[in-house]
Design a protein around this ligand. Structure first.
Ligand SMILES: [Cu+2]
Length: 147
């Protein structure tokens, strides 16, 4: 009788989902970025969020926080077919760079701590592009939406 089998089937799905959820929560991959790791936290840091161009200029920061190398923010959005100046600011101590994969657009290959590197970007097709620091990939990466 299907009326007997169905609840069992449902129950096992629920158990599996529960196990998956537990596994997802238990995974230590996303260690919470706890403050106090010597991170200078300037008031105006654009924390999460998505960077968008202002006056034709898009600012992306590269830095280190809590032993990690990262872009802040790690999401940006620009209009399709429009030239944008990306100002990559290295506010960390290590060397970083910024390269938009699948394009020829990139910062200087060596951007020392405390230095900036500006470059022009114009992408004529909509899509999602990954940008990386070539020194700290895959950890240091972000996503540029062109739409
Ligand atoms: Cu880097």
């Amino acid at each position: 009788m299907p009326s007997v089998r169905r609840p069992l089937w449902l129950a096992s799905i629920l158990v599996m989902a529960g196990v998956l959820l537990l596994a997802a929560c238990g995974g230590g991959e996303k260690a919470t970025p706890t403050p106090g790791a010597g991170t200078p936290a300037p008031g105006g840091t654009p924390a999460a969020g998505v960077a968008t161009p202002s006056g034709g200029k898009l600012v992306i920061v590269g830095t280190e926080q809590g032993g990690r190398n990262l872009f802040i923010p790690d999401k940006a959005q620009i209009p399709v077919g429009t030239e944008i100046t990306v100002e990559f600011q290295n506010k960390g101590q290590a060397i970083h760079d910024m390269f938009i994969q699948g394009t020829n657009f990139r910062s200087d290959q060596v951007v020392q701590g405390g230095k900036n590197s500006s470059f022009k970007v114009k992408i004529d097709r909509a899509g999602s592009f990954k940008f990386i620091c070539e020194y700290h990939q895959p950890e240091m990466a972000g996503t540029l939406e062109v739409k």
